[in-house]
Write a protein that binds this ligand. Structure first.
Ligand SMILES: NC(=O)c1ccc[n+]([C@@H]2O[C@H](COP(=O)([O-])OP(=O)(O)OC[C@H]3O[C@@H](n4cnc5c(N)ncnc54)[C@H](OP(=O)(O)O)[C@@H]3O)[C@@H](O)[C@H]2O)c1
Length: 237
């Protein structure tokens, strides 16, 4: 009996939190090769209990435009064609806009938005070349993309950018086999929000459960665009 192999999944920001859970879900959903990109190799850092079969790590630091472009070159060179691409990388900063140092503003904006774009575009174009296959393009935004949040102005702005980018991309190629999903999760217990940063932290969701929720919908999706709202809910805690 032939074993189903859906190809390669590339997860930008697949080294921790929701991205890591999504990467492992991809492997369990028959993606034969899963590449997680980020600054830290998750296989080395206290995650020995996880199953790393078929998971590869690629170093990528989104604070640098040049390093982002370098990653696309490396992936191209070894012939990667992602049939699943997930953009989960992001940083967070909480506080009043006026208190943000210029360096912090720049780092947040380039990491969450600008410097990811060469990789996002590369993955989008490589998927176009796989036109006979079903391909899945997934962007992890946030509920803060549509709901203004106090003391998260730049972060929420970058999340709104991702939402609109996803909507526009889906319009560019509405009839191909490539689907676009933009997920808008509420609070999750990850490194992004440490306990104490948010009064509702105890009711934040489990990233593993949220990943499963997202993957089930992504794998079933047939329409060009799905805006997947995932507000905090008991079943996903
Ligand atoms: N946690 C929440 O409450 C929440 C709510 C709504 C939406 N989200 C969204 O969910 C996504 C995943 O976040 P998370 O909550 O899972 O947080 P997380 O555990 O901190 O994961 C963030 C990911 O982004 C990567 N990353 C951060 N800075 C990077 C950089 N300079 N270069 C390359 N990679 C970088 C990290 O990799 P390295 O550390 O290896 O660099 C990590 O893989 C984000 O898009 C976030 O906006 C989170």
């Amino acid at each position: 009996m032939a074993i189903l192999n859906l190809g390669t999944a590339l997860v930008l920001g697949g080294t921790s939190g929701l991205g890591l859970e999504l990467a492992l879900q991809c492997r369990d959903s028959c993606y034969g090769r899963v590449i997680v990109a980020g600054r830290h190799d998750p296989r080395r850092e206290g995650n020995q209990d996880r199953n790393w079969n078929s998971v590869e790590f690629k170093h990528c630091d989104l604070t640098s435009w040049d390093l982002a472009i370098k990653l696309t070159g490396e992936l191209q060179e070894v012939g990667v064609f992602p049939s699943m691409f997930i953009w989960a990388a992001a940083q967070h900063w909480m506080g009043h806009f006026s208190d943000m140092k210029m360096r912090q503003m720049k780092e947040l904006a380039v990491t969450n938005m600008v410097n990811a774009l060469p990789i996002v575009q590369w993955a989008w174009d490589r998927m176009r070349d796989l036109r006979s296959q079903r391909t899945r393009f997934v962007i992890i935004s946030s509920t803060s993309a549509t709901k203004p949040r106090n003391q998260e102005a730049i972060y929420a702005g970058t999340k709104a950018f991702q939402l609109q980018l996803a909507r526009c991309l889906a319009k560019e190629h509405p009839y191909t086999k490539r689907t676009v999903t933009v997920a808008l999760p509420g609070g999750m217990k990850t490194q992004l929000y440490r306990e104490g940063m948010n009064p509702h932290y105890k009711e934040f969701m489990d990233p593993g459960k949220v990943a499963r929720f997202i993957m089930e919908r992504v794998m079933r999706q047939r329409c060009a665009l799905n805006v997947l709202k995932i507000p905090r809910q008991k079943e996903l805690m």
